[in-house]
Design a protein around this ligand. Structure first.
Ligand SMILES: C[S@@+](CC[C@H](N)C(=O)[O-])C[C@H]1O[C@@H](n2cnc3c(N)ncnc32)[C@H](O)[C@@H]1O
Length: 237
């Protein structure tokens, strides 16, 4: 009940319905296939690479103090990823791609293949970070642009945005207590830098934070993602 009250006060009546519906659909999908939420991807056909198996929060070792507010590992569906990234009117070769909560690295592989000039993943769980590293090493000779991929073990709140045009990708990584300071860091960065920034946010339970941001404009909703772009690009230029 407390969660519902919080969500209502965070999202307001306009956003509460769609967000609640997304949440319910998401929970059902996981409940119907416990422990093996299946979103197969071509990434898992690379010899030595595994990104498919979900990892529950309990297995990530998150507790009330450590990692509180973080969500479990669940990989993105490849088709959804491609749909949302291809919908952006950008040339990926001139953009950096950042995944906050990168898990085993599936989105990083897909972004590298699409041709982003730099692909960065930040992951809080050491186990998942090490698995992502192992995956990237295993794929070095059989997947395009693995040399552009970098994984960082750390908290998304401590990550400083790159000084470059960037697509920030968030797939259901954490709740408002983490998202709020993360967004503040990105807003601060946008206020002093001139680069274009797009944010694609999947299962966007905290979308209201982004919709109310003075730095961002809501562009579209596609394939379960909310898409935002930084405002005042011309003024900054
Ligand atoms: C739903 S998974 C997303 C996986 C990946 N981005 C993808 O699209 O396939 C969410 C991930 O966020 C990570 N996470 C949660 N809290 C975090 C934090 N504060 N900083 C960095 N990563 C975090 C979790 O460990 C988990 O791996």
């Amino acid at each position: 009940m407390e969660r519902i009250k919080n969500a209502w006060s965070r999202h307001g009546w306009k956003m509460f319905g769609p967000v609640a519906l997304l949440n319910i659909k998401h929970r059902f999908k996981i409940l119907l296939s416990p422990g093996k939420f299946d979103a197969k991807s071509s990434v898992d056909n690379i010899p030595g690479v595994e990104t498919n198996k979900s990892v529950y929060l309990s297995a990530l070792g998150y507790t009330h103090e450590y990692g509180a507010g973080g969500n479990a590992y669940e990989p993105i569906d490849e088709e959804k990823f491609i749909t949302v990234i291809r919908s952006l009117p950008i040339d990926p070769s001139t953009f950096c791609f950042v995944d906050l909560g990168s898990g085993k690295g599936r989105a990083l592989f897909l972004a590298a293949k699409i041709g982003f000039n730099k692909v960065i993943g930040v992951e809080f769980s050491e186990n998942l970070h090490l698995l992502a590293k192992k995956n990237i090493e295993a794929a070095a000779n059989s997947w395009p642009n693995t040399d552009r991929m970098e994984v960082i073990h750390g908290d998304a709140r401590d990550y400083a945005p790159p000084d470059a045009a960037t697509v920030l990708y968030l797939y259901n990584p954490f709740d408002a207590q983490i998202m709020s300071p993360v967004l503040k860091t990105w807003e601060k960065s946008m206020s002093t830098r001139v680069h274009d920034v797009w944010i694609v946010y999947g299962n966007p339970t905290e979308a209201a934070l982004f919709k109310h941001s003075p730095s961002l404009e809501h562009i579209s909703s596609i394939a379960g993602f909310a898409v935002f772009r930084r405002k005042n690009l011309r003024r900054a230029e």
